[in-house]
Design a protein around this ligand. Structure first.
Ligand code: HSE
Length: 438
């Protein structure tokens, strides 16, 4: 009988308990696939007495999760505490520093500290695996690292935040505004009580930085991700986009520019975009995640599935654990850290697109001329203009005007918005969303 692979699990929230359940439910299958039994030897959580519906009596209990880094007899630690710093990071640093492998679902920690952690892992002969950090159980990292290993990938687009996609899809279906749909999503458990990281784009930005590093073979550059959330989108924008033939989605996009075939500049953006109906991400509905990777030999690869939840996340964590138990874990970012290329940040201002712009303006003479002048002075050409409804109440209450522009560099669009800043005609800050054409 081969020796068991022994785990310590730090964090017994929904994900940690999901891992315990999966390991118990599929123990025989996992034994067969890993070639050895997988056992949980020790656990740690904040509150030992909380009823999790799981008998914890057979596990060594640690009040301090960091103790799992030192506990004798463990082969790996699963970190599902969360948070980019604090005990999660201390545990990962300490475990890897002692040559103990770490499996984590922690996107913030990997996006912000993954390179340093991977260096420690390498120096100490340990592994750092984080399939669950991006799209939970939908196996995108393994696909990039293994299935597409023969390909050059220069562009990755994705819908990486289920909460935002759920909200945008519901706004589209129900014709309701952001706040109403967010409240409903919170009531149904799709959105956190504090939804900032999800709807503000930060969660997708963490995942994008990881995808870009692994897919392109470059150092993670989380700090360079340009981020805009979905909070300012209104039901009327979605209706307008639909009339024009587009869906609104929060798209995370990473684009690599090469020089003589070598990665040189990296552009990473998370922002709401208008997608034409035939774009592969336009049909992604509800809390689903999806990633579209443009690879040179295998072509466009679309992978989609659940991006959150206890069971899906547990599935990814267990996949990493089985890789460790089999002894076939790969380097954290697919290649040794010394091979990850240090790229510069590409200038997003040069990127051209058509834009949807929405203004709420006072309904009085000359306002349209003022908008048109700002566009002219910023060298943005207007393709079409839609003024919806009639103004009711005082002219200052505002009326909505939507524009679709011809192709323009992002910097010109910024310039146009800048020119209108402080204008007494502008009732609220304008919304700008690029139209993705393919
Ligand atoms: N809160 C995330 C989402 C899942 O809504 O997709 C965890 O990253």
């Amino acid at each position: 009988m081969s020796e068991a692979f022994r785990l310590g699990i730090a964090g017994l929230g929904t994900v940690g308990t999901g891992v315990l359940r999966l390991l118990a439910d599929n123990a025989d299958l996992l034994h067969m696939r890993a070639g050895r039994p997988i056992e949980v030897a020790a656990v740690s959580a904040r509150d030992r007495s909380r009823d999790r519906g799981i008998d914890l009596a057979s596990y060594t209990w640690c009040d301090d999760p960091v103790a799992l880094a030192d506990l004798d007899g463990l082969d790996a630690v699963v970190e599902v505490i969360g948070g980019s710093e604090g005990p999660a990071l201390t545990l990962a640093e300490r475990a890897l520093g002692r040559g103990r492998s770490v499996v984590t679902a922690n996107k913030a920690m990997i996006a912000e500290h993954g390179f340093a952690l991977a260096q420690t892992a390498e120096a100490k002969g340990a592994a750092l695996l984080f399939e669950a950090a991006v799209c939970a159980g939908t196996p995108i990292l393994q696909t990039l690292r293994e299935g597409l290993v023969g390909n050059r990938i220069d562009r990755i687009e994705g819908i990486l935040n289920g909460t935002s996609n759920y909200i945008l899809s519901a706004m589209e279906r129900q014709g309701e505004d952001f706040d109403a749909v967010l409240s409903e999503a919170q009531r149904l458990g799709y959105a956190e009580a504090d939804p900032t990281l999800d709807v503000g784009g930060g969660d997708a930005a963490h995942k994008l930085a990881i995808l870009a590093a692994l897919g392109f073979g470059v150092r993670p550059h989380f700090g360079e991700v340009e981020v805009e959330g979905i909070q300012d989108i209104r039901a009327a924008d979605i209706v307008q986009a639909e009339r024009l033939g587009y869906s609104v989605r929060l798209v995370a996009m990473a684009d690599l520019e090469r020089e003589d075939g070598v990665p040189a500049r990296l552009l990473q953006r998370v922002r709401p975009c208008l997608l034409p109906a035939d774009h592969p991400l336009a049909a992604i509905d509800g809390p689903t995640n999806a990633v579209l990777a443009q690879s040179d030999y295998a072509g466009p690869i679309l992978i989609q599935g659940a991006g959150a939840g206890s069971e899906s996340t547990a599935s990814a964590i267990v996949a990493d654990v089985v890789a460790l138990a089999r002894g076939d874990a790969r380097p954290a970012f697919g290649v040794p850290t010394s091979s990850l290329v240090q790229t510069a940040c590409a200038d997003s201002g040069e990127r051209e697109a058509r834009y949807y712009l929405r203004f709420v303006v006072a309904d009085r003479p000359g306002v349209l001329a003022e908008l048109a002048a700002a566009m002219r002075d910023a060298r943005v050409s207007i393709q079409s203009l839609i003024q919806e409804g009639e103004s009711v109440g005082p002219e200052e209450a505002g009326i909505t005007i939507a524009l679709v522009t011809h192709k323009a560099p992002a910097r010109n669009i910024r310039d146009a918005r800048e020119r209108l800043k402080g204008s007494p005609s502008i009732v609220e800050p304008p919304l700008a969303m690029p139209i993705l054409m393919d």
